[in-house]
Every structure is written in C-alpha cells, then in structure tokens.
Design a protein around this ligand. Structure first.
Ligand SMILES: Cc1cc2nc3c(=O)[nH]c(=O)nc-3n(C[C@H](O)[C@H](O)[C@H](O)COP(=O)(O)OP(=O)(O)OC[C@H]3O[C@@H](n4cnc5c(N)ncnc54)[C@H](O)[C@@H]3O)c2cc1C
Length: 514
C-alpha cells in the first residue's frame, strides 16, 4: 500500500477536528481539506485548559493572538496549582518553565541533566532545603502566581479558552477548508480501506486520507479495525461539569488551572474572562452521579450554583495502540484519552497532528509511515499515563475508599521501574522511558514528585556545577517577584516565543526580571 496524498477528509467538528484542520492548513498547504460536520450533535464542550503548544500552533498559523484571546474569552495560564493531593492542607505547583529562562543569570540550564531544580533536590538531602520551599526557591512564578494570583510573565505561555468559541473562531479563520454538513454517514470499505463516504444518502466523497475526529464515537476508524486498546486502568471515569459564574471576578480569577483533590476525586477550575469552567471528576465505582453533583454544587456554594446547569460526562480512558490504520487516522478523543488532569487532551491532538504533518510532507504515505507514526505516539501515550498515574499512586491520602484503593492498587510495571530509577538518578533526559515525542519534561516530573516529598539519592555532580547552581539559587532568591493582574494583560500582537504578555497599563511587553 502506497498512497500519494493530495486530499484529506476530517470527520468531526470538535476541537480535534478544527485543530487538525488548522495544522494541516498551516503545514501541508498542498492538501485539499474537507471537514464533515453534523447538523446535530455538539462537540463535548470541555477542554479549556491548554498547554504552550496550543499557543505555538496559533502563532505558526499566523492567527492574530489578541483577536483570538478576546473572542475566545481567554486568560493566561502559567501552570496548574494542586491542592490537597498528597495530604489535605498541602499544595504543589506545576508551572510552565524550562529553567532556561534563567539564562540571564548565566548558564541556568547548566546541563539538561542537572538544573537548579535537580540541585535543590540534592540540597534537601543535605538538609539545606525542604520540599515545602522548593517551588519558591526554584520557580520565579511561584510567588506572583500562587501567593498573589498574578500572571508571571515568564510563565504565561498558555491560555484558558472557551471550548465552543475555539471551534467557532477556527471555522471562521479557515476559509480554505470546505465544510460539509451531514448527519448520516455511510462508510464504504474495500479491501480493508475506506473507499468513500456517502453523505446523507446523496453525495459521495472520497479522499487520500480520512481523519477520524468523531470523539468517543470513533465513527470512521471502527470500519477499518477492531479497537486494539492499550491495557490501562483508569483512576477516574466520570465528571460533572458546568460553567460557574464568578461572584467577584477581581478576587477569584487565577493565572492557573486549579486541581483540588477531594474524598472521591478532584475538581478542575479553569478561569475564563466571564466565568469559570469547572468539573468534579470521580470514579463511578466509588461515587454516584447524584453524590458527585451534590459535592460539586456544595464546593462552589448553593447560592452561586442555584441557576447553573450541570452536565454529566462519562469518559473513556481507552487509547488505541494503532491510531493510524490503512487510510484512516484517529485524532483527538477517538485516538485516546486518559483524564482531564494535566490538560493533555488538546496537547495530544496537537502532538498527533504535528506528527501527521511531518509524515505527509512527502505527499505520500505507506504502511511504514503509519507504523512509525503509531510507534511515536505510543511513547507519548505511555508518558501521559505514567505522569497522571504518579499523581495518584504517590499520595499519602487514605481518608476514603477511593484514596485507599487508588494508592494501593497495581500500576504498570513501567511506572514502578521509572520511579525506582528516578530515585537513584533523578529524572534526566538520558533516562527517559519514552520515545519521541514525549509529553512531560524532566522538570515537570521534578515538580510533581516534589509535591509528594519524593526523595532522591545523592547523585555524582561536578563540584563546579554545584557551585554555579548555588549561585543561581541565590540569584533567584534575591529577585523581586512581579506579576500582572490576570484581567490586565493580553498577548502581544506580534508575539513570538515564550513571552507573550502585554501589560495593558503600560502597553509594553513584559519580560522576566530575573
Ligand atoms: C471531562 C473532560 C475534561 C477535559 N478537560 C480538558 C482540558 O482541560 N484540557 C484539554 O486539553 N483537554 C481536556 N479534555 C479533552 C478535550 O475535551 C478533548 O481533547 C477535545 O475536546 C477534543 O475532543 P474531540 O474533538 O476529539 O471530540 P468531540 O468534542 O466529542 O467532537 C467530536 C465531533 O465529532 C462529531 N461526531 C460524533 N459522531 C459522529 C458521527 N457518527 N459522524 C460524524 N460526526 C460525528 C460530533 O458531533 C463532534 O462534532 C477533557 C475531556 C473530558 C472528557
């Protein structure tokens, strides 16, 4: 099987369908792109916390970031703030930071294998530091974001966005994409490949490649393969979600996504410009839908929630081992999902479609192309699964049946091996248990593991590196923390690179004052 590639049909008009169209339009301008949208049946409507790659894709597509920001009710996201995950009353911070931002100090990213974050963990062993002081000592975003709820310019690299408005905006922007409306798709299969799709019994279309973005329905992929699902035990599988009004936006808005752990699961809070996107995530074996809804309403307060409608969502943590089969590739929820924690859904879609664009650059694909794609995505999926599992496995919480089960249950051997290796060597770019592309950096692992008081053994480090690291930590400690109120900033119109903020009071780009 070899296929020249001039045309693509995307089925589904949720975030995955439109982001796939955006990336293909941007990176594969030679393609004829058609997108099938049902007249009924909405997109899932969640997926509002993004990662930096989302903004980078908008930038690559030359979208006016400020227009997007305003139209999509966006706010800046500097990271994720975790409450009560390890113990009730304790918190941890997972910011967007690669520590190379500290270059103004000198060689902050001393080597990819020993950053100031690694160094601070070694100081904990030498009783010169503590897990509680790690975030403040290592991340300049901690003080402004967590303590003052202000946007730290150096970490403001992603957005919170209104999920429905993203798709509306992209549809208006992507004028080259032909949109076909159809409710009944009759998929014609010949020799294990899609030959064509008949739309509403009237019009027949065909393409060189079909992208299944139909969400959990997996409407196209299922015609070419029985689902080969990666073995994975989900920690949570249901959510109650709602658009929660602010009582006092000035006080309540945060520059981060909140992830607050509870007895039966956790609540996400995604602050937008006019409301908070929120949901209570739980496992159906430990909590009923009624209980979850009542806990969720209680969390936000009966008064505030009086007129708020909630949506109950059952989600599937099933990921396809081979999302690309013959001339069909599943992208988005149809390819896989773990859970809302760490906002990996849109990142997964963007990672997939970027890899697809690279695969199609030669305007030709065959079984080797799809095999390579599937192999690479597998590395990404394992990384997502391990990273999310670590949040549950390592917790000290035992205060409910849910936490007792989730902390005692079996996790993949891969994760156990990874944690044992990290304890001895620390997470570095040498000991990744992952193929490229991967999902989370070594620094992300350090940030999360610190939240669980994870202890590393002493590692051999050149004493000069230790000295430079000490000096860097002193400089971080001496800095003046600064931030901007979340409602008083927006992206620079010419934004490029990680620093995308504009202070609306001064009209000047704000950069880190490390
Ligand atoms: C509870 C929850 C919270 C989440 N939170 C986040 C988050 O904060 N950040 C993040 O990055 N991700 C998050 N995600 C994931 C995120 O929602 C998805 O990655 C994203 O919305 C993409 O969804 P999709 O387009 O694949 O599917 P959908 O939004 O379900 O869209 C599917 C589309 O296919 C159409 N369709 C369905 N069946 C057919 C058919 N038979 N024929 C034709 N068309 C069809 C539908 O009408 C729709 O247009 C979350 C997911 C869940 C479940």
């Amino acid at each position: 099987m070899g296929q020249t590639t001039d045309s693509v049909v995307i089925v589904g008009a949720g975030s995955a369908g439109w982001l796939t169209a955006l990336a293909l339009d941007t990176f594969c301008p030679f393609l004829k792109i058609r997108l099938i949208r049902p007249s009924r049946g909405a997109a899932i409507g969640v997926g509002e916390s993004t990662q930096p790659d989302f903004v980078e894709l908008l930038q690559a597509a030359r979208i006016d970031l400020r227009a997007f920001y305003e139209t999509c009710e966006a706010t800046m996201k500097c990271g994720i703030f975790y409450r009560d995950w390890n113990e009730v009353g304790k918190h941890y911070w997972h910011p967007f930071s690669d520590l190379s931002l500290g270059e103004q100090f000198g060689p902050a990213n001393l080597s990819a294998n020993y950053t100031v974050a690694h160094h601070y963990q070694q100081m904990i062993l030498r009783r010169r530091g503590s897990h509680a002081r790690y975030y403040k000592s290592v991340h300049s975003s901690y003080e402004p974001c967590v303590k003052n709820k202000q946007v730290a310019p150096e970490a403001a690299v992603a957005f919170h966005v209104d999920a429905h408005k993203i798709t509306e905006f992209l549809q208006r922007h992507l004028t080259r994409v032909e949109v076909l409306e159809a409710d009944d798709l009759d998929v014609q299969v010949e020799d294990g490949r899609i030959a064509s799709i008949v739309l509403d019994g009237t019009r027949t279309i065909s393409a060189d490649l079909y992208v299944d973005c139909s969400g959990f329905a997996r409407a196209i992929h299922k015609h070419v393969a029985a689902p080969d699902i990666l073995p994975y035990e989900a920690n949570v599988n249901r959510a109650v979600a709602a658009q929660v009004p602010y009582l006092d936006i000035e006080k309540e808005i945060t520059p981060y996504t909140g992830a607050h752990a509870h007895e039966h699961g956790w609540t996400w809070s995604i602050p937008l410009r006019s409301r908070v996107g929120s949901g209570y995530v739980y496992h159906g074996d430990f909590c009923t839908a009624d209980q979850a809804e009542s806990n969720f309403r209680e969390y936000w307060g009966a008064q505030r929630m009086r007129d708020v409608e909630v949506k109950h969502i059952a989600f599937d943590s099933a990921s396809l081992r081979n999302p690309w089969v013959e001339n069909v590739i599943a992208i988005g929820l149809s390819a896989g999902f773990v859970e809302p924690l760490e906002a990996t859904g849109l990142n997964w879609t963007i990672t997939s479609v970027q890899l697809l664009c690279q695969s199609l650059a030669a305007r030709y694909y065959d079984r080797d192309t799809s095999a390579k794609y599937n192999f690479n995505i597998l590395g990404y999926v394992y990384d997502v699964q391990d990273f999310i599992d670590a949040h549950y496995k390592l917790s000290e919480r035992r205060d409910s049946e849910f936490w007792r089960y989730i902390t005692a249950r079996e996790y993949p051997e891969r994760l156990a091996h990874r944690l044992a290796m990290y304890a001895v060597e620390m997470p570095t770019n040498r000991n990744r248990i992952k193929a490229t592309p991967w999902a989370f950096s070594e620094l992300s692992w350090l940030d999360i593991l610190n939240g669980y008081n994870f202890r590393y053994e002493k590692v051999d480090v050149d004493p000069r590196l230790m000295e430079v690291s000490d000096a860097l930590l002193e400089k971080i400690a001496a800095r003046e923390p600064h931030g901007i109120h979340p409602l008083k900033c927006s992206p620079r119109p010419d934004a490029r690179g990680p620093q995308i903020l504009l202070d609306q009071q001064t009209g000047q780009p704000r950069v880190s004052n490390y």
